[in-house]
Design a protein around this ligand. Structure first.
Ligand code: ACO
Length: 325
């Protein structure tokens, strides 16, 4: 039994935070941000948490697949910004949808999270355990960004993307590759709970900056430029394909320079690589499914096309998958 993605969906909160608005918050400017990252604006959720964004994306994906919530066997949400430790974001989505038959859980693999979730869904379907699975990448990174740190606050945005993966006679997942290097995790961190030496000590002093994203940008850049191609090569080899067999590449939208590095490395035509980082910034686990949903809406995805997804980021993690539309 194979699996196939039958529906895509996304939700971006309406409020945009532009580069010129950031100029009012930190010592930066539009030209620097565009040149170094390719980002012009990003969306910021106002009064909506990660589960609320995920639920809206989920409804779009179910509508695209022509499925009712009751048909879902499982919901997996990839997120590093859940609203709660428990209940999980996936359980909140399950309740919001009324997907009463579905099991639900979250995974944490940062910017690789959606591809990890796709691999899990494909594996569950191959075992025969489940037939219809909703996978999501959803983030409200604005809640863990320090808007006094110019090296990180320019990068991140909020958003959610979703896909319905179903058992199918046709093989719609041609190969996957998952990787992690926990030893390198310190270059990109966001603390979940205070690290007090005395557990009865100073928790009251816990502030946003204690749990804000901290990043050694140059090292993350170098890691991404080496691990994204490694993941691409590995998944192509597992699928028995070459880069010439691929119709679209959908890279994690971390930085336009990383995407340009991938384009140069494989001598790709620009129009084969989907990019929307200029409008949405880096939404971690949500970037890839948001791209896919946009591509579907714009009529760019044609039946039979092969699409290579590649994620890389916190953990450190990297992951790639080749899907057939
Ligand atoms: N505006 C203006 N100047 C800035 C800004 C800013 N927003 N941020 C940093 N600078 C300054 C620095 O202070 C430094 O000044 P100095 O030379 O006087 O010390 C100068 O610009 C150069 O700083 P670098 O950090 O060397 O700049 P770099 O070219 O590496 O770009 C960036 C920084 C954009 C963060 C880059 O390292 C990067 O993109 N790294 C990858 C990180 C990434 O994509 N993270 C996303 C999350 S992880 C993931 O999704 C894979």
């Amino acid at each position: 039994m194979g699996s196939k993605i039958t529906g895509f969906g996304a939700y971006l909160p309406p409020e945009a935070l532009t580069n010129s608005q950031l100029e009012g918050l930190v010592d930066t400017n539009d030209e620097w941000i565009v040149q170094r990252t390719g980002i012009r604006e990003r969306r910021i959720a106002q009064g909506e948490g990660t589960a609320a964004l995920a639920l809206r994306a989920a409804r779009c994906a179910l509508a695209d697949a022509g499925r009712e919530p009751e048909s879902l066997d499982l919901i997996i949400t990839a997120t590093v910004t859940p609203d709660c430790f428990t209940p999980s974001t996936a359980c909140m989505v399950q309740a919001g949808l009324g997907a009463r038959r579905a099991a639900a859980f979250d995974i944490s693999a940062a910017c690789s999270g959606f591809v990890y979730a796709l691999d899990l869904a494909d594996s569950f379907i191959q075992t025969g355990k489940f037939r219809t699975i909703l996978i999501l990448g959803a983030e409200t990174l604005s809640r863990i960004v320090d808007y006094t740190d110019r090296s990180t606050c320019i990068l991140f945005g909020d958003g959610a993307g979703a896909a319905v993966v179903e058992a199918s006679e046709e093989d719609g997942v041609l190969g996957t590759y998952l990787w992690a290097d926990g030893a390198g995790g310190g270059v990109l961190r966001a603390q979940a709970l205070p690290q007090d030496e005395n557990p009865l000590g100073s928790r009251a002093a816990w502030t946003i900056t204690d749990r804000a994203v901290s990043m050694a940008g140059g090292e993350v850049l170098r890691f991404s430029l080496s691990e994204a191609p490694r993941a691409i090569d590995a998944v192509l080899s597992r699928a028995g394909l070459t880069i010439g067999d691929i119709d679209w590449i959908v890279p994690h939208q971390a930085n336009r320079r990383i995407i340009s590095g991938i384009i140069r490395r494989y001598h790709l035509p620009e129009q084969k690589v989907y990019v929307n980082i200029d409008r949405f910034g880096n939404t971690s686990s949500a970037t890839i499914p948001i791209c896919l949903a946009e591509m579907r809406e714009r009529g760019l995805l044609q039946t039979g096309q092969r699409v290579l997804l590649v994620g890389f980021g916190g953990g450190l993690t990297a992951a790639a998958a080749i899907i057939r539309i």
